[in-house]
Design a protein around this ligand. Structure first.
Ligand code: FES
Ligand SMILES: [Fe+2]
Length: 395
């Protein structure tokens, strides 16, 4: 039987991944491909950190709901009668059916299997033909609740009832995104999540890799946002998220054949902000690609070491969607983005294969890969903490 890779030496080896880029090397390949390590990540990251599930605007009215899934856990998010956003496990506490799929509007959540009825808060309020069942109290069988926080219009949930608040640890990012008015933006409905055969971190890293922009994506669609203008500002260790910027060769540059923003530019942006793309990250689930006319949000939903799903959507400036040409402009944008993304997806798939090789490296970084180190810093602190807790539980 294979020996566990989880040991002190393995975790000590992470130290070289958080050095300055000039000295750092990537995390051990096992962190991307090993299922035991993924189970450790599940306990350490996904059941402890804040996970993005969607936008608050998707549950505007009491009775609105949408669903999500992280690490295989089906979740339902509602607007309650009291006007609060609530998040719950969507697993029926009778025999495990999933009580809600997709999105909609409802007075209560009715499990399709045997019609147990849950309130929008998750309380079990109806359970047919359970009167002869001994010691059955509906109060004991509600849907398990998760903590909820809203940051800049994004709904985050947390499985850990003792988790420290999120928004107060994102104040540095609040300053960076202030001129986009992110909390009040809207956009067309997001894509359904698409399942991919690679580790969630491969996706997260690719989206933040300034180094490949002029190489993999060389050509007119990406050239206005060149690798040479990448920057990776440092935030304090207290920050729960981080950001990077990539300057552009001209104002309001965009990834389409005109190389310019097609939609109305966010009205409060400064000249400096109009000459760059901003990438904002709240690991382990949310990445934002902030152009001057459109913000793409990527929600990564880890599943196992080799799989995750990606939900992608766009936010645009107020009034942009009222333009009768809006759908056509979005389609034009999306076709160009799709060309870039298809190059990324091929690389991601191949990287996951490469990371399984016995020749998989702990690679060295270019200065244009500062975001890989930013993620390593975020991860390693949590991995170390998780490993100490893991060991304490074994004693
Ligand atoms: S599994 Fe939901 S009511 Fe039976
Ligand atoms: Fe890319």
């Amino acid at each position: 039987m294979a020996r566990s890779i989880l040991n002190d030496g393995f975790f000590e080896s992470f130290a070289s991944s958080v050095l300055d880029f000039s000295e750092a090397e990537s995390l051990p390949p096992a962190c991307y491909v090993d299922q035991e390590f993924f189970e450790f990540e599940k306990e350490t990251l996904f059941f402890k950190e804040w996970l993005c599930v969607g936008r608050e605007s998707w549950v505007k009215e009491p009775g609105d709901y949408f669903t999500s899934k992280h690490v295989g856990e089906p979740l339902v998010i509602t607007r309650t009668k009291e006007g609060e956003v609530a998040a719950m496990s969507a697993v029926c506490q009778h025999r495990g059916m999933v009580v809600a799929e997709g999105r909609g509007h409802t007075r209560s959540l009715v499990c399709p299997y045997h019609h147990w009825v849950y309130s929008l808060n998750g309380e079990l309020v109806g359970a047919p033909e359970m009167g002869r069942t001994c010691d059955f109290d509906r109060k004991d069988h509600g849907l398990p609740r998760l903590k909820v926080e809203i940051w800049q219009g994004f709904v985050f949930v947390n499985f850990d009832a003792d988790a420290p608040a999120l928004a107060s640890r994102l104040s540095a990012l609040d300053e960076v995104v202030a001129h986009y008015d992110l909390a009040n933006l809207d956009g067309p409905p997001p894509s359904d999540p698409v399942r991919y055969s690679w580790n969630w971190k491969v996706m997260f890293e690719n989206n933040n890799d300034g180094y490949h922009a002029n190489r993999l994506h060389r050509g007119p669609l990406h050239d206005p946002i060149p690798s040479a203008l990448a920057a990776f500002p440092e935030l304090s260790d207290e920050s729960a998220g981080y950001y990077r910027t990539n300057g552009s060769t001209h104002p309001d540059a965009s990834f389409n054949p005109t190389q310019r923003a097609l939609l109305p530019v966010f009205p409060k942006l400064t000249d400096e902000e109009r000459n760059r793309v901003l990438f904002v990250n709240v690991p382990p689930t949310l990445s934002l690609v902030m152009n001057t006319d459109m913000i793409l949000y990527l929600v990564m939903q880890a599943e196992d070491a080799d799989h995750h799903s990606l939900m992608m959507g766009a936010l645009v400036a107020p009034g942009a969607m009222e333009n009768p040409m809006f759908d056509r402009l979005m389609q034009f944008n999306q076709e160009s983005v799709a060309e870039i993304v298809s190059q990324d997806l091929h690389v991601d798939e191949m990287v996951q294969q490469g990371l399984k090789s016995k020749f998989a490296p702990r690679g060295r970084y270019s200065w244009q890969e500062g975001a890989q180190r930013q993620l390593n810093v975020w991860l390693v602190e949590r991995y170390r903490r998780g490993w100490e807790q893991f060991k304490a539980r074994l004693q």
